[in-house]
Design a protein around this ligand. Structure first.
Ligand code: ZN
Length: 414
């Protein structure tokens, strides 16, 4: 959040201003200084812009409060020069819930437009759209029309606009979620190409910019949907590694270094058998911790006191989607998987990430078939998480300090 400034909060949701927003304000001021127009005009246009952004905040709050009704919390609302973004903790899997959350934003703009419109009408001023040509004539009327514009623009049936979500929700009532997303994304990209053509033909850079924005948004959405379609209904058991090295509390740092160099694991669970011989987790020795410890401890010191706590542990029957979201949020690269208190597996962002890569590589195929086709790959992943990467040219960074995974399991950097 360092790139954004917290400007307040509403209903317990933090509202942030992205730094690039300031460029917009500075740009307007510079524009009026260069034009040496009246200061009153600069003040009016800045207030109209702030008025618009107040409406954008209300639009995002519309989404956030609708989401709250369905028990989906909103992490933050951030304002960018091109609009706002409400970060919901998750997207509800029920299409109708997504429909209402998506519709709530534009509905707020329609309500504002009606209120401001009535005000303009009641005070006997003109509601003619020509006020948009000269906002200084009637800022209230201008704001009313801009809200109409916001509602219409956001309801265009294209990702990443709200209309794209509405379209997907409606499609998802009849077909499966991934297929609905793909169709909605295709329509979005088709519209983006149309915007782009119009932008080129009319020499309109703003249309071109919107075209690129929509195109990229549609693509991102279809990739995310692929991941969700793939992980939907999958449990941690489907993705966890079951073959991994462990350490005992009285193993030495030297043993840990040997384990690090011998395989592709980064983080080592420290395990002690309990009275009945069940493997109980006592801590996790992360690679960074190990490397740091090498300069302060003796090579013969035991790893037990050096190992840290895992961020959290999960049960093998928990939903993969939820666990993955939590891991990303808490920047947790490895979590131990427990069953009845016994350590039965490890889930790493890296191996979940590999599943996503494979899923998106199979994007062209029928979404519902992906899981079935992935079954042998999954089996291989479970047995040897490095095997997939070995056969591809991907050198994706780990999220724990960023050294590439070696092409073949064996020696690795330290
Ligand atoms: Zn919206």
């Amino acid at each position: 959040m360092k790139t954004s400034l917290r400007i307040g909060s509403a209903f317990g949701i933090g509202i942030f201003l992205h730094w690039s927003f300031l460029l917009l304000v500075v740009g307007i001021v510079v524009f009026f200084v260069v034009q040496s127009g009246p200061t009153a005009d600069a003040v009016t246009s800045i207030s109209v812009i702030f008025g618009v952004f107040a409406c954008v905040v209300l639009h995002e709050l519309g989404h956030a409060l609708a989401a709250r009704r369905f028990d989906v919390p909103t992490r933050s609302i951030t304002l960018y020069p091109i609009g706002g973004l409400a970060r919901l903790e998750r997207i509800p899997s029920d299409p109708m819930k997504e429909f209402w959350i998506a519709v709530a934003g534009p509905a707020v703009n329609v309500a504002i437009a009606i209120m401001l419109g009535s005000l303009v009408y009641a005070t006997g001023r003109t509601m003619n759209p020509s006020v948009l040509m000269d906002p200084f004539m009637d800022p209230i009327s201008t704001l009313a029309w801009l809200n109409v514009g916001l509602a219409v623009f956001n309801l265009l049936p294209a990702f990443p606009m709200d209309g794209g979500r509405v379209l997907r929700a409606l499609l998802a009532l009849r077909t499966d979620y991934a297929q609905a997303t793909q169709t909605a994304a295709n329509i979005g990209q088709g519209m983006a190409i149309l915007f782009g053509l119009l932008g080129v033909l009319s020499f309109n850079p703003i249309l071109l910019f919107i075209a690129l924005f929509v195109y990229a948004g549609a693509q991102r959405e279809s990739q995310q949907a692929m991941f969700r379609a793939f992980t939907h209904g999958a449990t941690v058991r489907h993705a966890m590694m079951t073959r991994f090295a462990t350490l005992k509390a009285n193993d030495t740092l030297d043993d840990a270094v040997d384990a690090l160099l011998a395989g592709s694991d980064h983080d080592f669970p420290v395990v002690e058998p309990d009275a009945e011989g069940h493997p109980r987790l006592t801590g996790i020795l992360r690679r960074q911790t190990l490397i740091r410890a090498l300069s302060t401890y003796d090579a013969t010191d035991p790893v037990g006191p050096i190992a840290g706590e895992p961020c959290f542990s999960v049960g093998d029957d928990e939903m993969l989607e939820d666990v993955f979201t939590r891991m990303s949020q808490e920047q947790c690269s490895t979590v131990p998987v427990l069953k009845n208190g016994d350590l039965v597996g490890l889930l790493t962002l890296e191996n979940v990430g590999e599943l996503v890569m494979v899923a998106s590589a199979l994007e062209q195929r029928e979404a519902s078939d992906v899981r079935k086709k992935m079954a042998p790959e999954l089996q291989r992943l479970r047995e040897s998480p490095a095997s997939l990467v070995k056969n591809s040219d991907v050198s994706e960074n780990g999220n724990d300090g960023g050294t590439d995974r070696p092409a073949a399991p064996g020696r690795r950097d330290a």
